[in-house]
Design a protein around this ligand. Structure first.
Ligand code: MRU
Length: 347
């Protein structure tokens, strides 16, 4: 299994996603500031992977906490968490992981700094291990939506690389394959950063799952020809009513899917759900550097002086989503009440 991020000998070891698919290269980071940088520059990306990286980065920072008074230690730790919170704005899992690390800090601080350090390393490792388990459960809950012989369309990368391992949307595809179903995946290249072309295709080739790469603008034509049986994507943040922020281009795909009667599934862990947001209108959408659109891998494809708009995510209203697949079960439309039930857990 591809592992994206690990804790080893008091260091964060992560696959350099910027180097893929050309080079499989793991970086060993021992300074928490480098982990913030890796999240910011997409060396590690994908909502759950960002959460795991932040937890491990905070653990690295905690290892450097000096012996100090309780108020001073609290201030230093708050600054550390704040640096991670500023790394990227959209992925809910980042804030979920920071909050979990903060709770562990509060629980263990009365026991002293040594106890805090041990507990935070343990918590970060647990977040990474749980993520793989959660993805496997998402796969089991979603695999029935893929029938033998189906053509599945996916966008961006919601695979092992976007998580600690196995993946969410690709986890569902992997689970269907493990059950022996024959399937084929159309992969949107996912402009401008090409997570589909570079990362999803790399994973599918690695796992010998039949795949065809398309440019984003080809999806509608394929659907019109009846070549797509279902769409499955991941999520960066899901509002309480089911509105879903995901990689830019997801909304267009969902509208096209509805027009052509193609089911549209979102696969995500419960940690992606933001209960504080009633709907998707308040989800902060990251805007990235215009250079990502003006250039392709360092080659200029537009005049330097042209203005660029580069939102990294869009929001798909719940009415376009057939179901949201989580580790706790499947939320069918209307997604709001079903998500609330899943979040409450078994009665
Ligand atoms: O900008 P990225 O590459 O971090 O965006 C990633 C996505 O949009 C994924 O689809 C999402 O995080 C789900 S990953 C399981």
């Amino acid at each position: 299994m591809i592992r994206t991020i690990l804790w080893a000998d008091d260091a964060v070891v992560l696959i350099d996603q910027k180097a893929l698919p050309g080079k499989v290269h793991y970086l060993t980071l021992t300074d928490w500031r480098d982990v913030v940088g890796a999240i910011r520059d997409l060396t590690v990306r994908g909502a759950p992977a960002i959460g795991v990286a932040a937890a491990m980065g905070i653990a690295l920072g905690a290892l450097q906490l000096p012996e100090a008074s309780v108020p001073e230690t609290r201030r230093t730790f708050a600054r550390l968490c704040e640096a991670f919170a500023k790394a990227r704005p959209t992925a809910r899992n980042l804030f979920w992981a920071i909050e979990r690390m903060q709770r562990r800090f509060d629980e263990t601080l009365p026991g002293g700094i040594a106890e805090v350090k041990k507990a935070l390393v343990g918590e970060a490792v647990a977040i990474g291990e749980e993520d793989v388990e959660i993805n496997r459960r998402i796969g089991l809950n979603g695999k029935a939506f893929i029938r033998d012989g189906d053509n599945v369309l996916t966008h961006c990368n919601a695979g092992a690389l976007a998580t600690a391992g196995y993946g969410t949307a690709l986890g569902v595809i992997r689970a269907a394959r493990e059950e022996g179903k024959r399937l084929h995946v159309f992969v949107d290249e996912t402009r401008p950063v090409l997570q589909g072309a570079r990362l999803t295709c790399w994973e599918l080739v690695h796992d010998r799952i039949p795949a065809t790469l398309i440019t984003d603008s080809m999806a509608g034509f394929l659907m019109a020809q009846g070549k797509v049986d279902l769409v499955i994507v991941g999520a960066d943040r899901i509002a309480a009513n089911g509105d879903t922020a995901n990689k830019i281009g997801t909304y267009s795909l969902a509208v096209l899917a509805k027009e052509h009667g193609v089911p549209f599934y979102v696969a995500a862990p419960l940690s992606t759900i933001d209960r504080s947001m009633a709907d998707g209108s308040g989800i902060p959408i990251e805007e990235r550097n215009g250079g990502e659109v003006r250039e392709l891998h360092g080659v200029r494809t537009a005049p330097v002086k042209v203005g660029v708009y580069n939102p990294a995510f869009d929001v798909t209203p719940e009415r376009y989503i057939t179901a949201i697949i989580t580790e706790a079960g499947v939320a069918k439309r209307p997604c709001g009440p079903s998500l609330r039930r899943l979040l409450r857990g078994p009665a």
